[in-house]
Design a protein around this ligand. Structure first.
Ligand code: COA
Length: 265
């Protein structure tokens, strides 16, 4: 599916300085992910990955009710074996696009984050929820299992006990419960969520852009490695950042008691 970034239908991309706010925009369907929406999100995240003027990305949902209420069930209902695999692959590719993005990606979970919606949030680097949000993987109640990485990422983030409780009951948890089990990093009043998440994103943007990308890579790749290999990766990436213009600027700014001025487009 070819996507024209200038005429997106189901996704809104707003730039605010070095921040990119990506909003899934199908509020009448609680921002459910159909093929068009997944293709548009994929294209947007790919473009932002290569855009040096973008320092951090916030992912959220349109309206007050939902972040993303899952994959579009009307599409899933019609799928056969091949469509099902294609659908899972497209969703998984999008989660990898989010997870491997060079920029920090923050989820602002403004309402229901269910099924594929929670799976998108799980691929983000950090997650913040409105107090009213509900988060869950209800797939087994539809006779399917999570297919956009939920079985893997939830278990890695929260442990198998919590993951299996959510996945096998299909019941959602409140934002406070999600906070308790480490599924989200913070909970805010609904009216304050986006502003708070933007403030955290701006804090990240104030740091060295290459340092952010390499630190993210060290963590993202390191969790799949042994401690020995992970430390070797960290040392390699530390070597890669050493003596860059960015490192020199960061050190000089500290010694000269001023704010660093990072090189950005
Ligand atoms: N796929 C397709 N459409 C969806 C959807 C989804 N995942 N989630 C919500 N919608 C649609 C509804 O069909 C409805 O459309 P309609 O007005 O044309 O009938 C609209 O969004 C509003 O949803 P509705 O169910 O009326 O809202 P609600 O407040 O009563 O319930 C939910 C909200 C989230 C509890 C409920 O919509 C729901 O359970 N959604 C499915 C969640 C899910 O199982 N996701 C995982 C999919 S794998």
């Amino acid at each position: 599916m070819t996507v024209d970034l200038n005429s997106l239908q189901n996704v809104q991309l707003v730039r605010e300085g070095h921040l990119a706010i990506v909003t899934v925009n199908r509020p009448a369907k609680l921002n459910a992910l159909d093929g068009q929406t997944i293709a548009e999100l994929d294209a947007v995240f790919a473009a932002l990955d290569g855009d040096a003027s973008c320092g951090a990305i916030v992912l959220t949902g349109a309206g007050e009710k939902a972040f993303i209420a899952g994959a579009d069930i009307s599409v899933l209902a019609k799928q056969g074996v091949l469509d099902g695999s294609d659908n899972a692959r497209a969703g998984q590719q999008l989660t990898l696009r989010i997870e491997n993005n060079k920029k920090p990606v923050l989820a602002a979970i403004n309402g229901f984050a269910l099924g594929g919606g929670l799976e998108m949030a799980l691929a983000c680097d950090v997650r913040f929820a409105a107090k009213t949000a509900k988060l869950g993987l209800p797939e087994v109640s539809l006779g399917i299992l999570p297919g956009y990485g939920g079985t893997q990422r939830l278990a890695r983030l929260c442990g198998t006990g919590t993951a299996l409780q959510l996945i096998l009951t299909g019941d959602p948890v409140t934002a406070d419960e999600a906070m308790r089990v480490g599924l989200v990093n913070g909970v805010f009043e609904p009216g304050e969520l986006l502003a708070q998440v933007k403030a955290i994103a701006l804090k990240m943007v104030s740091r060295g852009p290459q340092a952010l990308a390499l630190a993210k890579q060290a963590v993202r790749r390191g969790v799949h490695l042994s401690m020995q290999d992970g430390l070797a990766l960290e040392a390699d990436l530390f070597g890669a950042i050493s003596s860059t213009a960015e490192m020199k600027e960061g050190m000089a700014a500290f010694l000269e008691k001023r704010k660093p001025s990072w090189l950005r487009a």
